[in-house]
Design a binder for this molecule. Sequence first.
Ligand SMILES: Nc1ncnc2c1ncn2[C@@H]1O[C@H](COP(=O)(O)OP(=O)(O)OP(=O)(O)O)[C@@H](O)[C@H]1O
Length: 269
Amino acid sequence: MNFESKTAEELMATENSAETKMRARDVRVSYGDTEALHGVNLDVYRNEVLALIGPSGCGKSTFLRCLNRMNDTIDICRVSGEITLDGQNIYERSIDPVQLRARVGMVFQKPNPFPKSIFDNVAYGPRIHGFTRDKEELRQIVETSLRRAGLWNEVHDRLDEPGTGLSGGQQQRLCIARAIAVNPEVILMDEPCSALDPIATALIEELIDEIKQSYTIVIVTHNMQQAARVSGRTAFFHLGNLVEVGATEQIFTNPGDEKTQDYITGRFG
Ligand SMILES: Nc1ncnc2c1ncn2[C@@H]1O[C@H](COP(=O)(O)OP(=O)(O)OP(=O)(O)O)[C@@H](O)[C@H]1O
């Protein structure tokens, strides 16, 4: 059987298997009276890079924000359906969204370092979550996170300087270091390179390639070459629906749906 072309029933059957890190079932999202996502079923596998692609306004970012309840912060937004992380419904009352966002971190389109020093940007999460017993442990976490984000060599001698003083690409790597510092399991990236030049973009793509062994990554991108370069699977969204999901190579060379074909060949979007 083709692993990538499971029916909804077969997907349900895998719900508790170790390969599924996050599972979305019949996810509907409305902003006020307007439904933006019309019942999405999608699994995110452990340690994969999953790319979400599709024309502007199709609901990629809306879906991404469901995965760590960032939509909770939008007053008019309503989410229904079920999303699980390791089998647990993340919309249960008992789930603290702040704790959830430590497990499912997020990197935004525009680098958004806090108006704090480089050190404090990375130390912020471990401090508020009480991860460290002493200053040395915190320093270690900051160094490790900056190293993993490929930024240590550029900033180790100016950790006290403001994060906002770095270049755009460095700021984005700082934001990745900040996400990594709380030891997340999943990292959501919402067009993380759209504000960056090609060199800074290449560095972020290399970084994604390096860190994917340790994290599950879901990335929204408008750049199809980027999806092809960084992801193992790609999901194509259109007008609030998930049209298809499959191995990236298959989606880009032999998509199952005409709409996907039209999008990847530039006929719309
Ligand atoms: N905060 C919001 N308030 C009202 N409507 C919203 C809000 N955010 C998104 N929408 C609407 O939901 C739909 C999906 O938007 P979303 O940003 O998820 O799409 P997208 O595929 O990520 O688009 P893009 O590629 O342009 O970022 C759009 O019609 C958009 O106008």
